[in-house]
Design a protein around this ligand. Structure first.
Ligand code: S3P
Length: 174
């Protein structure tokens, strides 16, 4: 069931699911703002994500991520792309339930790896294929628990973000 009313739309899913690309398309379609949590975290820290991991460790990054995502999720009329590990936080999962229409972009581990491999240096947790696949498996149940709907990546003529946007605008109107 989709809870409502909701103030914004949150995109969750593993690294390489296409959250930023889909989020930009969704926001344009809905006439909403697009907010990218990773970019907001970097802006707030004044450092890029690999530097935050290197200097503050993953716990430091997660604490900052929880705080920034908490702020973003209060924004009305926005599409918010969350980093792949944001749902590790129980606080964030609770905030998602409280007013965000949460869409899981489901991607296979193979596709995700293909997409991030080329730019693994940008993602501290995407260093090698085996660890990446294990992390993927470990997170699956969290993604599905947090999601209101699952958007599988499909080879269809209509890109899935557009179909999601149509569903959302129908619900916004009703
Ligand atoms: C992470 C995913 C990244 C980024 C950080 C940690 C993760 O975001 O937040 O590198 O733990 O899955 P993307 O999912 O946008 O790549």
């Amino acid at each position: 069931m989709i809870p409502g009313p909701f103030r914004n739309l949150a995109l969750i899913g593993f690294m390489g699911a296409g959250k930023t690309t889909a989020g930009e398309a969704l926001a344009a379609r809905l006439g909403w703002a697009f907010l990218d949590a990773d970019r907001e975290i970097e802006r707030e820290a004044g450092r890029e994500i690999p530097a935050i991991f290197a200097e503050d460790g993953e716990p430091g990054f997660r604490a900052l991520e929880e705080r920034v995502v908490g702020r973003l999720l209060t924004q009305p009329n926005a599409v918010i792309a969350l980093g792949g590990g944001a749902v590790l936080s129980a606080v964030t999962r609770e905030r998602l339930r409280d007013g965000s229409f949460t869409v899981l972009l489901d991607v296979s581990p193979q596709t995700a790896w293909r997409r991030v491999e080329a730019e693994a240096g940008d993602r501290p947790l995407a260093g090698e294929a085996r660890g990446f696949a294990e992390l993927y498996e470990a997170r699956q149940s969290l993604y599905h628990t947090a999601a209101d709907v699952v958007a599988p990546l499909q080879k269809r003529s209509i890109p899935h973000p557009i179909r999601i946007a149509d569903k959302v605008s129908i619900r916004t109107r009703s």
